[in-house]
Ligand binder design. Structure first.
Ligand SMILES: [Zn+2]
Ligand SMILES: [Zn+2]
Length: 96
């Protein structure tokens, strides 16, 4: 069985500390829905009220919109959201 190890940064007493984590087998991290990297985010696009897309995304496949740092979108929904946001900006020009 292959040994897996990983460096993790944890916060101890307010300071980031690098610790070495060793697994006896591969950690069960599900891959990104678009590639083989491990996923770190889930798509926050609301498909229906209270239900989000939840596609698993790696850092590379996560789209973030300006002004919404907490929201992560899969490439498909990022395109939709970006278009929506541009529409809003066009419809309501900054007047103040
Ligand atoms: Zn990916
Ligand atoms: Zn999505």
């Amino acid at each position: 069985m292959p040994r897996y190890c990983e460096w993790k940064t944890v916060i101890i007493d307010g300071k980031p500390v690098r610790i070495h984590v060793q697994y006896s087998s591969a950690p069960k991290v599900e891959p990104c829905d678009y590639c083989q990297r491990k996923h770190e985010f889930l798509c926050d696009f609301e498909i229906s009220p209270g239900k989000t897309c939840d596609k698993k995304l790696c850092r590379l496949h996560t789209g973030k919109l300006f002004g919404e740092p907490d929201k992560d979108y899969c490439p498909d929904h990022y395109q939709i959201m970006k278009r929506e946001q541009m529409k809003i900006w066009k419809d309501s020009p900054l007047e103040s």
